[in-house]
Write a protein that binds this ligand. Structure first.
Ligand code: ZN
Length: 690
């Protein structure tokens, strides 16, 4: 079985209609064959995909669980774990033939075993009609409908549904003996339209003392100054967090549990109530779904770095594994997804998503099963586990301000864009960095970057001053600390005592329902006066505070990144390390980890050439998208990486799946030249100091 120190090498275990014939002799053989293939590919964890909307399987549960139990048994014989993965709340409810075809086209991989609507209306569980659990539209009172999934959703605040799902989870674990669970979709999928059910309204009144106003009440909906509306936002996040708490409650202690989550940074998350910052309070594994193609069709992959590093930061703070789920259909992108996860320091979950290709099954059969696609990377990792240990060796952290996003931010440009561009700037400026959601100590990171962090609690402001006084460098742009953690304007400007007054001109915004709809991306303009003098756009000022220094510029990174030179200022303030990359391969990203006396330097191309598949495309509602078929790389030459050390290490070795054998590096002179010739896709340089 997977050893404690081993990383997860996970694949999806797809179920299809054929599997529903269970019990069946041929299926027993099929399970054994697939389990053999998974073992041969170095897989140590399989995650169920298919039979996804589990409530649609209500009449089939015992048969399905018996099938899962058999899969788990065969996988265990081969030292592979089995996690179940399903949607706890969604049900497919096509309203007409067109809807049914839409499910076939985009969501066939769910194995959509839905009942007719009239039959669904009669379904009960423990005397409760399932239809009574549905989320209701706050405006119309009608059940919410999700066009993309052709689905309805049960309300996570409905106590009858909560009890019913708890009893399902208990039964699932008892009947299948699964090793872990990924519980999906317990959020407000319909956004601001959900949820107007009795239970959500009652919770709002019970916990916050408010009656949910009608949607034409513009003093509430979308009003940044309404404390009641902020309570509504808070309740949405608490609802999804608490729902996972109910799941955890019925699982054995320390049972691996995670929830689907493609981002915790996006500006629209208050509308759906989703963030792993809350999920982690009731789960013990982190999930990072990388939607779309990896790499993207333009050959890059760093567009998601802000999101990936936020989830890795939450994982670090909670000592949890973080699964990077990447989708691909062919061996070359599968290898890339594995290498990217290793580069980032996450666990790998590789998955196909054939049901979204919108072509008949007869055409899908020519595509290989998931383990076969990702085999090369997994086997290489299994052979070299010592290369994937350690913690990031970054000296800089980017601060993610959840309160700015939740209570101040209304549109992407208000805050999240600045956070994202900050991460891209540092990445492209070759700065090794992590993301933090809390004010750290300078011992953790010597440099803290804060972009447009307008909301800071009193405690955060105090700890920032402590951080500065004890030697940290804060590099901030745009509005900083003008509002508290609920976006209420501070009466006294925080930085005034240090001679800096920051002002913000807020554009006029019109509240309404749905909130933030039709807001033009016109954002607050920031100005500053430092020691009686106006700070110009693009000008950096700096203030010595104790042993540390605050750098500030009124311009926002989101609109002025090119002229601000953020990466250079960060670099100048990072303390010297025992090693330095003097020269790095052009067009590659490097990331370092330290593990005891070892430094592990990972390298991955920043951009590759993508060859899309000639015929297959991914289907969305109104658009289709090409999928990645092959990747073309440029080979590195011998003299592209040079390292300098304050003390010469004992041993340096280059590892790469592109090399037949690890390559020792000759240690001579002050600067060590590392030969990377023959490497195209990925490498790890292991540096062992004595
Ligand atoms: Zn509700």
């Amino acid at each position: 079985m997977k050893k404690q120190e081993e990383h997860y090498r996970a694949v999806s275990w797809w179920l299809t209609w054929e599997d529903l014939e269970w019990p069946d002799e041929d299926l027993v053989d099929k399970i054994k064959r697939r389990a053999d293939k998974a073992a041969e590919a170095g897989v140590n964890c399989a995650i169920i995909f298919g039979t996804h909307f589990r409530w649609d399987y209500l009449p089939f549960w015992s048969r399905l669980h018996d099938l899962l139990a058999r899969i788990r048994e065969e996988l265990h014989k081969r030292d592979i774990l089995l996690f179940d993965h399903h949607s706890a709340v969604l049900t497919h409810r096509p309203r007409n033939a067109q809807d049914a075809w839409a499910i076939w086209k985009r969501n066939r991989h769910h194995v959509p075993f839905y009942p007719s609507r009239d039959v669904a209306a009669t379904w009960t569980f423990n005397g409760q009609h399932l239809n009574d659990w549905r989320m209701l539209d706050v405006e119309t009172g009608e059940p919410c409908f999700l066009p993309f999934y052709v689905a309805e959703e049960f309300c996570i605040n409905n106590p009858h549904f909560q009890k019913a799902y708890q009893s399902y989870v208990k039964r699932l674990v008892e009947e299948t003996n699964i090793d872990g669970l990924m519980c999906d979709d317990g959020i407000f999928y319909p956004g601001w339209r959900a949820c107007g059910c009795r239970w959500c309204r009652e919770r709002f009144q019970r916990e916050y003392g408010h009656i949910l106003p009608p949607t034409n009440d513009h003093s509430f909906w979308g009003n940044r100054d309404s404390e009641a509306f902020k309570d509504w936002i808070e309740m949405r996040f608490h609802s999804s967090r608490d729902f996972l708490g109910l799941v955890k409650e019925v699982l054995p202690s320390d049972f691996p549990l995670m929830a689907c989550c493609s981002t915790s940074e996006a500006s629209n998350l208050p509308s759906v109530g989703m963030t792993y910052q809350d999920f982690i309070q009731n789960t013990n594994m982190i999930m990072l779904e990388m939607c779309g193609c990896t790499p993207e069709l333009d050959g890059t992959w760093d567009g998601r770095i802000s999101s990936q590093l936020l989830h890795l930061g939450i994982a670090r703070d909670n000592s949890c594994p973080c699964f990077g789920l990447g989708y691909g259909f062919f061996p070359e992108p599968a290898f890339f997804i594995w290498a990217l996860n290793k580069f980032l320091g996450s666990e790998t979950w590789f998955s196909t998503l054939k049901g979204r290709l919108g072509v008949p099954n007869s055409m899908l059969r020519e595509l290989a099963d998931d383990p076969e696609l990702v085999k090369e990377g997994f086997l290489w990792e299994k052979k070299h586990p010592h290369l994937f240990e350690g913690k990031p060796d970054a000296q800089t952290a980017v601060f993610f301000s959840r309160s700015t996003r939740d209570y101040y931010g209304q549109i992407h440009e208000d805050y999240v864009r600045d956070y994202q561009i900050t991460c891209s700037e540092l990445m492209q400026g070759k700065i090794d960095f992590e993301v933090t959601t809390d004010v750290p100590s300078p011992k953790d990171w010597a440099v803290l970057v804060m972009s447009s962090v307008i909301c800071l609690s009193e405690d955060e402001r105090n700890r920032l001053e402590e951080y500065l006084h004890s030697g940290g460098a804060v590099i901030a742009t745009g509005p900083l600390g003008l509002r508290d953690e609920r976006a209420r304007l501070l009466e006294k400007k925080w930085l005034e005592k240090y001679g800096l007054k920051i002002f913000v001109d807020e554009p006029q915004r019109t509240p309404g329902f749905p909130p933030y709809k039709d807001i033009k991306p016109e954002i607050a303009r920031c100005k500053g006066i430092f020691n009686g003098r106006t700070v110009q756009d693009g000008e950096w000022i700096s203030i010595q505070l104790g042993r540390g220094r605050l750098f500030w510029c009124p311009s926002r990174i989101g609109t002025n990144a090119q002229s601000l030179g953020l990466a250079d200022i960060v670099r100048q303030n990072e303390p010297k390390k025992a090693y330095r990359v003097v020269k790095g391969p052009e067009g590659w990203y490097l990331r370092t980890f330290h593990a005891g006396v070892r430094i592990l330097l990972h390298g991955l191309p920043a951009k590759v050439e993508v060859e899309p598949h000639p015929t297959f495309r991914k289907d969305y509602i109104t658009t289709t998208e090409q999928i990645v078929y092959k990747l073309h790389y440029k080979e590195l030459s011998s003299s592209v990486l040079a390292l300098e050390f304050t003390r010469m290490p004992r041993l340096i070795t280059v590892y790469s799946p592109d090399l037949e054998e690890p390559r020792p590096v000759e240690l001579a002179g002050v600067t060590v030249e590392v030969d990377l010739s023959g490497i195209r896709r990925y490498f790890v340089v292991e540096i062992i100091s004595s």
